[in-house]
Design a binder for this molecule. Structure first.
Ligand code: ADP
Ligand code: ZN
Length: 517
């Protein structure tokens, strides 16, 4: 195998690998099957482009976006690499170039649009030209549940088998379910070597606050950053307008943005935001996809995002230039109810809804964390963290209390019900609420039934969320998000370890009148 380091500088012009890149490059070049999870902008393309140059034969790259394929092909050719693309938009000259290079044996990377796989015609040609491996960009497009589902991606597994070559798959989507689906569909169940790297964004400062007086909390945050470009995300369209007005009254240049606006008006906001310094956009999540401004200095959530993934993506729009940027996320009982209702009233099938509740729980666990936010956020994605570069809890730790007994009761409810149920049902069991489901399962006869009557339902829910945050329980996607106990919880159950819980979160939960289910 060729040494990758000289190629890194000679062809790609980079002086060093980013964390994780070299291991992935070596594994791919060695012919291993690989699943690499890296955040957007982390440098995934290098991880299949470089191995293509280290080994003989053609690397087939399957990618969902024609524009992106063209950019990469252009970049590679400028660097002197023989690369080509076969897409529906090809000119005859481009197609001829690709065939000739393939027949001549000089072609190193062949980008294929996924719909090319449907024709079946591709197979004969690929057999002839000597394919070394298949690289799959945006591999989460095989997931039928994801928003980017591409039916033609389901044919990649067949192609892998027909050609008998390894697959190297890349995605920024890190949740366990999508990963499992990628392994099943792309690798036909044979687990690849997995890599997960680079989710930490050290220049982003993370902070959460319980929502007390949301408008003044946001105004205060903005006032401390006057003159800097920022985004405020809101849960409703109406709120974007009223909050933008309030910011203007405080002397900030601020505009609103939501999906209900005319396309032309939206474009004007996008153009102003990227051009102007110091503009604040108050928006729904409709704002973001097309936003490519490197110097956004802060992102605030006036309402809780819908999941931990959404949170990560939304705060991730700040500080793309690597300079320090700040984030603040507000959360309150109303948000939790709203997000729950949105999931329940959505059109997704039941198991999907359970999983969405699980992702929301993970975010709530982060909001009610006792320790470092960054560590907990990265742990969710499976990425380890050595030192936190900045979060509100590392700045000043929150008030805590001993929660060992409550956690033990909660764990016993999890175990005695067979590690199969979500927070709602477990709370029913603990508080002695004999619902139809509780009675049908005979859970009203368990010794755990009603042992938690001394605490209200919202307090128990906060306990469970904090347990999720501490990774004492985990939603099991194979059991519709039912909670399972983790190894970390065992010493607590045996009385060998204690747990601390957030005092303010429990107190805030206690004052919630209507239970948030
Ligand atoms: P994505 O992971 O989103 O596909 P890209 O592969 O497009 O990201 O890479 C994002 C940017 O990072 C590109 O501009 C690329 O040139 C740059 N990059 C990738 N690897 C390195 C490296 N080792 N050193 C410096 N820049 C790099
Ligand atoms: Zn921290």
């Amino acid at each position: 195998m060729t040494d990758p380091t000289p190629l890194l500088s000679d062809v790609f012009g980079h002086s060093a690998f980013r964390p994780g890149q070299e291991d992935i490059v070596r594994a791919v070049a060695a012919g291993q099957e690989v699943l690499a999870i890296m955040p957007t902008g982390g440098g995934k393309s290098l991880c299949f482009q470089l191995p293509a140059l280290m080994t003989p034969g053609v690397t087939v790259v399957i990618s969902p976006l024609i524009a992106l394929m063209r950019d990469q092909v252009r970049g590679l050719r400028e660097a002197g690499v023989v690369a080509g693309a076969l897409t529906s938009g090809n000119t005859p000259e481009e197609t001829d170039f690709v065939w000739e290079a393939a027949e001549a044996g000089t072609l190193k990377l062949l980008y294929l649009a996924p719909e090319r796989l449907a024709a079946g015609a591709a197979l004969g040609m690929l057999r002839r030209i000597g394919v070394t491996r298949i690289a799959v960009d945006e591999a989460h497009c095989v997931s039928q549940w994801g928003h980017d589902f591409r039916p033609d991606y389901l044919r990649i597994g067949e192609l892998r088998r027909a050609l008998g070559v390894p697959v190297a798959a890349f995605t920024a989507t890190a949740d366990a379910e999508t990963r499992a689906e990628i392994v099943e569909k792309l690798f036909e169940g044979q687990p690849p070597v997995s890599f997960l790297h680079g989710f930490d964004r050290p220049n982003l400062h993370l902070a959460f606050q319980p929502k007390n007086s949301p408008r003044s909390q946001i105004l205060k945050f903005a006032a401390a950053r006057k003159g800097a470009s920022g985004i405020v995300y809101c849960g409703t369209r109406a709120k974007t307008e009223s909050l933008a007005r309030a910011l203007r009254e405080e002397g900030h240049p601020a505009v609103h943005y939501h999906g209900g606006m005319e396309a032309e008006d939206r474009r004007v906001v996008e153009a102003r935001f990227s051009r102007e310094d110091g503009l604040i956009v108050v928006a729904t999540v409709a704002f973001g996809m097309g936003v490519d401004k490197p110097d956004i200095r802060w992102v605030a959530h006036a309402d809780l995002p819908k999941s931990i993934e959404a949170y990560y993506q939304e705060i991730g729009r700040a500080g793309r230039d690597g300079a320090p940027a700040e984030t603040l996320t507000l959360y309150g009982a109303d948000d939790i109810r709203l997000r729950r209702a949105q999931i329940d009233e959505g059109l997704a099938p039941a198991d999907r809804k359970e999983a969405d509740h699980g992702r929301l729980n993970a975010l709530l666990g982060l909001a009610e964390a006792t320790g470092c936010r960054r560590k907990q956020l990265l742990a969710y994605f499976g990425d380890a963290l050595e030192t936190c570069a900045g979060c509100d809890h590392c700045d000043s730790p929150p008030e805590v209390m001993d929660g060992t007994e409550a956690v033990r009761k909660a764990l016993s409810a999890v175990l005695r019900t067979g590690e199969y149920f979500g927070i709602g049902h477990l709370t029913d069991v603990l508080t002695g609420n004999a619902t139809d489901k509780v009675r049908a399962r005979g859970h009203d006869d368990l010794p755990t039934f009603g042992v938690g009557r001394d605490m209200t339902r919202p307090v128990w829910q906060s306990v469970f969320r904090q347990m999720l945050g501490l990774d004492l329980v985990r939603p099991d996607p194979e059991r519709h998000g039912g909670l399972r106990m983790t190894e970390a919880a065992r010493p607590i159950l045996r009385g060998e370890a204690s747990v601390t819980l957030r005092k303010d979160a429990l107190k805030a939960a206690e004052t919630t009148r209507r239970p948030a289910v």
